[in-house]
Every structure is written in structure tokens, then in C-alpha cells.
Design a protein around this ligand. Structure first.
Ligand code: NAP
Length: 348
């Protein structure tokens, strides 16, 4: 099993989602809320729903550095360069190998410059049964471990890491998050996941935020969960926001974490994701179109994963091109609607 294929263990399983607002007016609204930004005006900021935090539209996803065992020197360079360039959202998890510790070593001393998000549900202390991770005590134990690994007293956000709907209905893990919030261990609590479980989480009114897959190859959330998340003023984080950049592959990837999106992309056959356009690193190339498409949905930040020290600034540059044209956006939505069978559900 390669590093990325471990992620598959996690798999248990329309109109603009901005609900009547055009992306331009959403962006203008977001810009008007940037006063409390901890990073100023280097990149567009949006208000993270009911949390009230002002956050950059491009965050950092900490899975890749952990699963790829990126060396600490590269992580130091990557995260410090990104903070210097305007990064203020760092997302990680209890099970991304050493990602939490890598992040703390790299930028722990700059803790006031970024909002720190982690997840719970996949760590079991020695001697405890496997399902301990989703109990109230298990959630609280995992948060204590994350606080130590991240070398901080308080997190901005702790999220349930993609548990299924039955575990959510049992509710103990939510009680764990609520207790941690009450105890001041985390300012906000969220659910990270997709499809039916994400719907349940949004409907439950127990979470401040939702992290879910939104990208050119994964659009179920745009109609299923984002409209209600918007109505409930939840903060929304787009995970896998550039569809794992699967246009990079000329043949099915060995990495099975990327294979579903690779196979979807063959059927979607977007013109911007093949040939020279796929190699174009600018805003009209595949990465530019993919990221700008995601940011046109009702999301507040897109946490692109990377182990490349130059990537954050490069992708921040892509966001500066602003929204796609209405025709480009419509074409991606129509292509999805025409090509996607019912089983193209949100990928955990
Ligand atoms: N269940 C969950 O809660 C869950 C599940 C999945 C993901 N997540 C979160 O979401 C984050 C992001 O997801 P992800 O990393 O799987 O997917 P992603 O952000 O869509 O894709 C990351 C991949 O895209 C490449 N990339 C980035 N910018 C690029 C560009 N401009 N051009 C070409 N390639 C580019 C990166 O390679 P380089 O290294 O070369 O930059 C990396 O391999 C994770 O780190 C994690 O925090 C959460």
C-alpha cells in the first residue's frame, strides 16, 4: 500500500451554489469584510461564515506533506514562504502521518499569523478499542494529542474526520467536539466529509463549518450541501479543490487516491484539461480554471495540498485572475450535469 492509498481507508463509503448571488457580488461582499484579516490585502479574503474569521481564499492542505513524508527542510521553506506571501489558513489532521508535527516545527513560532485547523476520528491510543476514536473521550484525547503535536494551546477549528452518518447520529463524537469548544481547546467545530453524512452534519445545526470536496471532477456538493450550508451561514472549506491535478497524468495513476478523478476527467473531457492547456501554468490553464471554478462556488477557502515550496504563491497568483466568465462556468457545470452518473458522489 503506498502512502496515498492509505487515504482510501478513509473512504467509508446548479445554479451557482452562492444561492442567487453572483460570484462578483460575493467577492465584493467578501472584500468588504477583509478588515479583520490577519494578513491584509495580499490575497482576497472572505468571511468564514458564522465564525466571523476573515480568511484567505487559498489555504494550505497538510495531507500531502504527511503522506509523502516531505522532508522538514522543504516543509520549513514551503510554509514560511507561504506565510510571507499571505497564507493564513493551515489545515491538517490527526492521521496525516507527521503532518501536525511538521507544521509545528516549521511555523509554530509564527502561530499568531495563521488559523490552525485539524481533525479527529482516526487515532486510537494504545489499549483502546478501534471505535474509541469516535467516542466523546476519544475525541477529547485526540484533541489533546493534536494540541501537543501542534505546539499550541488552542485551535481555531477541530473537525470530525469523515465519519459515516451512523456515527454522526450516535452523537458521542459531536458531544466530544462541543465539550472541547466549551473548555476553550478549540474556537470552532466542524464536519469534514461528503454526501449523506455531510448533509446530515449541515442539517444538524451542531457545526460551525463544513469541509467538503468541491472541484471540476466532484460537483455533488454544489447542489447537495452548499446551498443549505450557506443558508445556515456555515464556514465552508473546499477540500481536494483542484481535483488532485489529475490532468498531469498521461495514463491511469498508480496512486489510487487519484484514480477516481482521473477516470472522471477522461469522461468529462474538458478542453482546458488536455493538450497544451493542461500544461499552461497561467489562469486559463487547467490549474487556473480548476481553482477559479471552485472559488466561484459557495466556499470561503480552498485548501490546496502541495509539497512544492513555490506552489502557494503560484496558486495565489491564479486566484487574482478572479472568476471565470459566465460562459466558462456554465460550460463546466453543463458538462458535469450531462456526463455524471448518480454514483459520481463526493469523494472523501
Ligand atoms: N476527508 C477529509 O477530510 C479530506 C480528504 C481529502 C483532502 N482533505 C484536505 O484537503 C487538502 C487538499 O486535498 P488534496 O491535496 O488531496 O488535493 P488538491 O489540493 O486538489 O491537489 C493537490 C495536488 O495538486 C498538485 N498541485 C497543486 N497546485 C498545482 C498547480 N498549480 N499545478 C499543478 N499541480 C498542482 C499538488 O502537487 P505539488 O505537490 O506538485 O504542488 C498536489 O499533488 C488536503 O491536504 C487535506 O487537508 C481532507
Amino acid at each position: 500500500m503506498n502512502d496515498f492509498s492509505r487515504r482510501t481507508l478513509l473512504q467509508s463509503s446548479a445554479a451557482l451554489a452562492v444561492g442567487g448571488l453572483s460570484w462578483r457580488s460575493l467577492a465584493a461582499h467578501a472584500a468588504s469584510n477583509s478588515a479583520s484579516s490577519i494578513k491584509g490585502d495580499t490575497i482576497e479574503h472572505r468571511t468564514f461564515g458564522k465564525t466571523g474569521l476573515s480568511i484567505a481564499v487559498l489555504g494550505f492542505g497538510g495531507a500531502e506533506i504527511g503522506y509523502e513524508n516531505t522532508d522538514q527542510k522543504t516543509v520549513d521553506e514551503l510554509l514560511n514562504a507561504a506565510l510571507d506571501a499571505g497564507l493564513d489558513v493551515v489545515d491538517t489532521a490527526e492521521c496525516y502521518i507527521n503532518s501536525e508535527e511538521q507544521i509545528a516545527r516549521a511555523i509554530g513560532r509564527r502561530r499568531k499569523e495563521y488559523h490552525l485547523f485539524t481533525k479527529v476520528g482516526h487515532w486510537v491510543p494504545d489499549g483502546q478499542p478501534k471505535d474509541f476514536a469516535w467516542t466523546k473521550d476519544g475525541v477529547l484525547a485526540s484533541i489533546e494529542r493534536s494540541l501537543k503535536r501542534l505546539n499550541t494551546d488552542v485551535l481555531e477549528l477541530v473537525q470530525l474526520h469523515s465519519c459515516n452518518v451512523d456515527i454522526l447520529k450516535r452523537g458521542e463524537c459531536i458531544e466530544g467536539l462541543e465539550a472541547a469548544k466549551k473548555a476553550g481547546k478549540t474556537r470552532f467545530i466542524g464536519y469534514s466529509g461528503d454526501s449523506a453524512a455531510a448533509s446530515f452534519a449541515v442539517e444538524s445545526d451542531r457545526f460551525d463549518t463544513l469541509q467538503t470536496s468541491v472541484n471540476i471532477c466532484d460537483q455533488q456538493s454544489i447542489e447537495l450541501t452548499l446551498p443549505l450550508a450557506k443558508e445556515k451561514n456555515m464556514g465552508v472549506i473546499a477540500k481536494r479543490p483542484i481535483a488532485n491535478a489529475v490532468w498531469r497524468y498521461d495514463a491511469p495513476p498508480a496512486n489510487d487516491y487519484h484514480s477516481e478523478y482521473y477516470s472522471r476527467l477522461q469522461k468529462l473531457n474538458y478542453d482546458f484539461a488536455k493538450g497544451e492547456r493542461a500544461k499552461d501554468a497561467g489562469p486559463e490553464g487547467a490549474a487556473g480554471i480548476a481553482l477559479r471554478f471552485t472559488l466561484m462556488q459557495h466556499v470561503h477557502t480552498a485548501i490546496v495540498g502541495t509539497s512544492n515550496p513555490k506552489r502557494w504563491a503560484q496558486n495565489a497568483g491564479l486566484t487574482k485572475a478572479g472568476p471565470l466568465t459566465d460562459a466558462q462556468h456554465k460550460s463546466i457545470r453543463e458538462t458535469w450535469k450531462n456526463a455524471s452518473p448518480e454514483n459520481w458522489v463526493g469523494q472523501v
